[in-house]
Design a binder for this molecule. Structure first.
Ligand SMILES: Cc1cc2nc3c(=O)[nH]c(=O)nc-3n(C[C@H](O)[C@H](O)[C@H](O)COP(=O)(O)OP(=O)(O)OC[C@H]3O[C@@H](n4cnc5c(N)ncnc54)[C@H](O)[C@@H]3O)c2cc1C
Length: 408
């Protein structure tokens, strides 16, 4: 039985479920066919733009943004069940609704910390779904789960900043529509010392894609996939990239704090979508189990298969409640007050959903690892979320330290 949400959420859920049935699921095959004919694999299939137009006309647009003026004005608790539904088709549905990462996090940063000029130039076209964006923090040379390691330099030179560094796994950057990068680096004068507080050395700056010196060098793979729908995950090199000082977001040294603010909602959105992925896996498992016979009876009658399905259902129900509790806490006591729960869902959800997807792959036999079912690609996407936005171990360390501190 479904959880009962407030009237507005229920109404949006009903409309979104219909949108998925009528438009998104049928578009999955069409998108694959159109992608095969594109001049570049990084271009966007026509059907994705059609889905965006349809979703927008139906008011299913920018649901992630709590501000009623710019977004749908939903709380985290209201958005959670909607994001879950989009997770059932993660390649198309979040983009169709203009609710896809990393644009959502970037729009939140611009909305919260951007100047009026930055909002006009970059937030407005992002909210309109006219352009895409990327967030560039991780670097191949240093352990980037520790943001204080970041080596990219952002050096003030007169009225400009000059940026030098190398980034990788920058999601979305291969898409030619990705026009703006939020780059995280260390600010310091050319010969000046770093700030004494290691958490006050990082800053974020806006770098337009067409700035001389910015090179999108190559697409990194994810278990062999290139994630075309997400605009890939690029290696990006910045060599003497010069942008006006007005492109800085917030103040010098404020990058660490902005990153923290950005990642709270981003993490819960990923977890909400992961639950939708798990629901899709359970559905596919059940459909396969009743339609395939081995050794004289349907797979659905094998005890081991029943155990997989039952355990998956129990896990999903537990995860959903924890995610909803976290969303409710974020709404009522803020992201800081929900810190432990945000970390808990970030640790628990990808791990559990990877396990469910793995069993769904197993149940599908050889088909499970191939392209005729979405399971292999969903598995790869879920598995990366044990790394992206901070590896499990970093969240475990921080959560455990807070827990232990209560007793010393
Ligand atoms: C598909 C995908 C998309 C991504 N998109 C983006 C993006 O858009 N922008 C961006 O900037 N980055 C992105 N990333 C990068 C991601 O955020 C980083 O991979 C992550 O933060 C870890 O940094 P790292 O890879 O340098 O690993 P490292 O920091 O080198 O860590 C490696 C491992 O060391 C262990 N470890 C680290 N710290 C601790 C600790 N304190 N205790 C115990 N063990 C520890 C963990 O097991 C960890 O996995 C993406 C990654 C993937 C896979």
């Amino acid at each position: 039985m479904d959880f009962a949400f407030d009237a507005r959420t229920e109404e949006l859920r009903t409309r979104l479920l219909a949108f998925m049935d009528e438009h998104v699921y049928p578009a999955e095959k069409t998108a694959q066919e159109q992608r095969a004919l594109l001049a570049s694999p990084w271009d966007t299939p026509r059907i994705v733009e059609d889905l965006k137009a349809e979703a927008r006309s139906q008011g299913l647009w920018n649901l992630f943004l709590p501000d009623a003026g710019h977004g749908a004005g939903l709380s985290n608790l209201q958005y959670a069940p909607l994001a879950e539904i989009t997770g059932r088709s993660p390649q198309l549905a979040p983009t169709a609704l203009n609710c896809a990462a990393p644009d959502t996090g970037n729009m939140e940063v611009l909305f919260q910390f951007g100047t009026d000029e930055q909002k006009k130039r970059w937030l407005e076209p992002l909210l309109a779904g006219e352009i895409r964006s990327a967030f560039a923090m991780t670097e191949p040379e240093v352990a980037s789960s520790d943001a204080t390691n970041i080596e990219t330099r952002i050096v003030r030179d007169g009225g400009d900043y000059v940026v030098n560094g190398r980034k990788w796994y920058i999601s979305g950057a291969m898409n030619p529509d990705c026009e703006i990068f939020i780059v995280m680096g260390k600010t310091a004068t050319a010969d000046g010392p770093d700030a004494p507080d290691i958490r006050r050395r990082q800053s974020m700056i806006l770098v337009p894609r067409d700035t001389p010196g910015l090179e999108v060098r190559r697409a990194m793979q994810v278990y062999g996939y290139e994630d075309h729908y997400h605009g890939g995950h690029a290696e990006v090199v910045l060599t003497d990239v010069r942008v006006p000082a007005e492109n800085l977001i917030g103040e010098e040294g404020g990058g660490f704090a902005i990153a923290q603010a950005r990642l709270g909602p981003g993490r819960i959105h990923h977890c909400m979508r992961l639950i939708g992925m798990a629901e899709r896996a359970i559905e596919l498992m059940c459909r396969r189990a009743v339609s395939r016979t081995a050794f004289g009876k349907p797979l659905a009658q094998q005890g081991v298969v029943q155990n997989w399905i039952a355990d998956a259902r129990v896990t999903v129900e537990q995860l959903r409640l924890l995610v909803l509790k976290t969303a409710w806490l974020m709404d009522t006591v803020g992201n800081r007050g929900a810190h432990t729960e945000i970390q808990a869902i970030k640790i628990a959800t990808p791990r559990a959903v990877v396990g469910i997807l793995d069993q769904a792959v197993q149940l599908h036999g050889a088909g499970g690892v191939g392209q005729d079912f979405p399971l292999a690609e969903l598995w790869a996407a879920a598995r990366t979320l044990r790394l992206a936005d901070g590896p499990d171990e970093v969240h475990q360390r921080s959560l455990a330290r807070r827990e232990i501190k209560r007793y010393v």
